[in-house]
Design a protein around this ligand. Structure first.
Ligand code: TRP
Length: 331
């Protein structure tokens, strides 16, 4: 039986960190079994802010190798670069002609970005959500795993699917947000400021654990993690964000439920919790890092995997785009 299509777009920006692993990649490993998954490196979205071409290319390959090292399997899922499938840009134009200025002007991410990049308020920043809608609709996507910051964009994709289907007959599947059920592992907070999310683009590297951090760096960062003046190891996001974050990390890395960890650590000190969390993360990342270096060293093979993914994606993309063009009277 055909499985539902799941589409996820990955921005090749910043540095992959462990928050991203627990919050996204680990879930994808499960989705990979339940859905027909498409993971796209969205490099056309990435260039809405200035990129150094050499660095962008390198980082793109780093990202693909990292995802594969974590277990995204090109035999099970389609992994490809957005720029390798020209249909994304083409469908975007067709959708642009059905998107209202007001819909894009309301986008909160756009408003934030033009405030931040005042020297480069380009058209791509504005039409970004239309390209994202094209990514999703091109593959008859049913499920889109998105965080809160992308909800508004997905909503536009849903509106456009409806609008186009009403105008031209059924062209697109209506995509739905997909929120994977995780215990709590989804939210990894910054190590030094545990009230905010661990971010891969944080300026202070002490705030996050990069996927490729050396074991001793990981140990040191955890030792410095902010806790609180209390001494009890208890999960309480509101009053004990730092300690709760350590418990979340330890639970994520060992697979042990947080409640069981609270029992294990009754009467023990924060130092103990930090050391054990550090060791658990080192153990989790060791095989991933080894895989990464192995994959990343063979660029020819990595490029071949990407090309193969793009070929599979193009077949699907072509089929939707043809249908749309025909329905719109484009000869
Ligand atoms: N805009 C998304 C982000 O920044 C990335 C993205 C692009 C995406 N195209 C997508 C996500 C399609 C889901 C589906 O995270």
């Amino acid at each position: 039986m055909a499985r539902d299509i799941l589409f996820s777009g990955i921005q090749p920006s910043g540095q992959l960190n462990i928050g991203h692993y627990f919050g996204a990649v680990k879930n994808w490993l499960r989705m990979q079994e339940d859905f027909d998954c498409m993971f796209s490196l969205v490099n056309l979205h990435a260039i809405t802010v200035r990129q150094d071409p050499v660095a962008l290319r390198k980082r793109s390959l780093d990202f693909v190798a990292a995802y594969m090292a974590c277990g995204i399997d090109p035999e099970k899922s389609i992994i490809f670069a957005q720029s390798d499938v020209p249909e994304h840009s083409e469908l975007m134009w067709l959708l642009s002609c059905h998107t209202y200025m007001g819909e894009l002007e309301r986008m909160t991410q756009y408003k934030d970005k033009i405030a931040k990049h005042t020297d480069n308020v380009n058209l791509g920043l504005f039409s970004y959500p239309v390209l994202m809608a094209a990514d999703i609709l091109l593959y008859q996507t049913k499920a889109v795993p998105v965080g809160a910051d992308q909800k508004q964009h997905l909503e536009l994709a849903r509106d456009l699917a409806n609008r186009m289907n009403n105008a031209y007959g059924k062209l697109f599947t209506q995509p739905e947000p997909y929120i994977p059920s995780t215990e709590d592992g989804g939210r990894i907070m910054s190590l030094l400021e545990p009230e905010k999310k661990m971010s891969k683009s944080d300026e202070n590297a002490g705030n996050y654990i990069a996927l490729l951090d050396e074991p001793n760096v990981i140990r040191k960062k955890l030792k410095r993690a902010v806790t609180d003046t209390d001494t009890v190891i208890r999960y309480d996001r509101e009053h004990k964000p730092g300690v709760s974050n350590l418990l979340t990390l330890l639970s994520g890395a060992t697979g042990k439920p947080i409640a069981a960890l609270e029992v294990d650590y009754a009467g023990k000190g924060y130092g103990h919790l930090k050391t054990d969390t550090g060791e658990a993360i080192v153990a989790l990342l060791e095989p991933i890092q080894a895989n990464f270096h192995h994959l990343r060293n063979d660029e020819t093979e990595l490029t071949r995997v990407m090309e193969q993914g793009a070929e599979k994606a193009r077949i699907r993309a072509h089929s939707t785009l043809n249908k749309v063009k025909k329905a719109m009277g484009l000869i």
